[in-house]
Design a protein around this ligand. Structure first.
Ligand code: SAM
Ligand code: SF4
Length: 313
C-alpha cells in the first residue's frame, strides 16, 4: 500500500486505551483524563478487524500502545487474535513496564514478538518525579521478567530532556552494555501538554553524540539511527526534530476511539468506528492517501490537539 508520496505503508500502531497508571509530566495531566464510554472505544473485536483489513492492504508490522496497553482488558486476547490472522505479522508492544512482571510470560505465550519498555531515568527519586505515580523497581523487575520469559532484542525508550536526564546518558550506555538492551533516546516532541514545558527540556539528540564521542554508527533501523559503544552497548537516536525522518515514514496510527491518524502531528483523522468489510478497507486506504509529506516540528508546531497518551507515541 503506497501513499501519495510513494512511501510504502506497512506499519500500524494501535492505541488500545488512552488511560494510564502513570502520569508522565510530558504526556498526561496529573489529574488524569475522563474515562470514555465503553461504546465510544474500539472493542477487542473491532481492533482485530482493523488489523485484519490493514494486513490485507499490506501491513505486516503491528505495535500495541496506549495509554498503557497492559491495563486494557482483553489485551492478551487481542494479541492472540492478531497472531491468528497471520503469525508472520511482527507483533510488538510498548509499555511503561509497571505491570510487566506479571504480564511478560502471558504476552510471550500470546505471541508478542518484541517489547519496548519506556524508561526515562535510572534514579528512583527522579523516576517518581517524571511518572508521578510509578516505581523504578517495578519496571526493573518487569525487565527481568521479560528476559526470563524469553523476550530478545528488548528496546528501552528514553525521552531525552535537558536538565532532567541528560546527565544520565552515560549511565544508560552502561545499562545497555550490562543488559543487552537497545537504548533509544527520543527527542521530546511539542505535543499539546508538552508545549507548556520549559524550553530547556527540548534538546537535540546531538547531545548524546557529544556526551559519548566513542559512539560508532552501525545501522539505520526504521526511524532510528543505531550506534555502538566501545563495550558493545547499543544506542538508537530517534530525532524527529533535529533529523526529520518523514520521508522514511511507513506508519499509520489508530486511536483507542477508532480514528485513523495519517500523521502523528496532524489533526486530520478518519473515523473507522462501526465500519467493516470493504467500507473499512476503503477508509484505511483513504487515510493512507491523506498522509502529509511531513510535519513542522522544527517550527515548534504540532497541529494535533491530542496528548500522546491518546495517540500512543
Ligand atoms: N504507556 C506506554 C509507555 O509509556 O511506554 C505506551 C504509550 S507512551 C505514549 C509511548 C511512548 O511515547 C513512550 O515511550 C513515551 O515516553 C513517549 N512520549 C510520550 N509523550 C512524548 C512526547 N511529547 N515526546 C516524545 N515522546 C513522548
Ligand atoms: Fe502513561 Fe506512557 Fe504517557 Fe507515561 S508516557 S503517562 S506511561 S502513556
Amino acid at each position: 500500500m503506497k501513499d501519495h508520496y510513494n512511501r510504502t505503508i506497512r506499519y500500524l500502531r494501535l492505541s488500545v486505551t488512552d488511560l494510564c497508571n502513570y502520569r508522565c509530566f510530558y504526556c498526561m495531566p496529573l489529574c488524569g483524563i475522563e474515562k470514555k464510554r465503553h461504546s465510544d472505544i474500539l472493542s477487542i473485536e473491532e481492533m482485530t478487524e482493523i488489523v485484519r483489513a490493514a494486513h490485507a492492504l499490506g501491513v505486516n508490522k503491528v505495535r500495541l500502545t496506549g495509554g498503557e496497553p497492559l491495563i486494557r482488558k482483553g489485551i492478551l486476547t487481542l494479541c492472540e487474535n492478531i497472531k491468528r490472522i497471520d503469525d508472520r505479522i511482527e507483533l510488538s508492544l510498548t509499555t511503561n513496564g509497571a505491570l510487566l512482571k506479571d504480564f511478560a510470560l502471558p504476552l510471550k505465550e500470546a505471541g508478542v514478538d518484541r517489547l519496548n519498555v519506556s524508561l526515562d531515568t535510572l534514579d528512583e527519586e527522579k523516576f517518581r518525579t517524571i511518572t508521578r505515580l510509578g516505581s523504578l523497581k517495578d519496571v526493573l523487575d518487569g525487565l527481568d521478567a521479560a528476559d526470563r520469559a524469553g523476550f530478545e532484542n528488548t528496546k528501552i525508550n528514553t525521552v531525552l530532556m535537558g536538565t532532567v536526564n541528560t546527565d544520565e546518558i552515560a549511565d544508560f550506555a552502561r545499562f545497555s552494555e550490562e543488559r543487552g538492551y537497545l537504548i533509544r533516546f527520543i527527542e521530546l516532541m511539542p505535543m499539546n501538554i508538552t508545549k507548556t514545558l520549559p524550553k530547556e527540556y527540548f534538546v537535540s539528540n546531538r547531545v548524546v553524540l557529544d556526551t559519548l564521542p566513542e559512539l560508532r554508527k552501525i545501522r539505520d533501523d526504521g526511524v532510528s539511527r543505531v550506534y555502538q559503544t566501545e563495550r558493545g552497548g547499543t544506542i538508537g537516536l530517534i530525532s524527529p526534530i533535529s533529523d526529520r525522518f518523514c520521508d522514511r515514514c511507513d506508519r499509520i496510527r489508530i486511536t483507542s476511539n477508532g480514528y485513523l491518524k495519517p500523521c502523528l502531528h496532524s489533526d486530520t483523522e478518519i473515523s473507522l468506528k462501526g465500519l467493516s468489510g470493504e467500507e473499512l478497507i476503503d477508509a484505511i486506504k483513504s487515510g493512507v492517501m491523506e498522509k502529509p509529506a511531513g510535519h513542522q516540528l522544527d517550527r515548534f508546531s504540532s497541529s494535533t490537539r491530542r496528548d500522546m497518551n491518546e495517540i500512543g507515541g
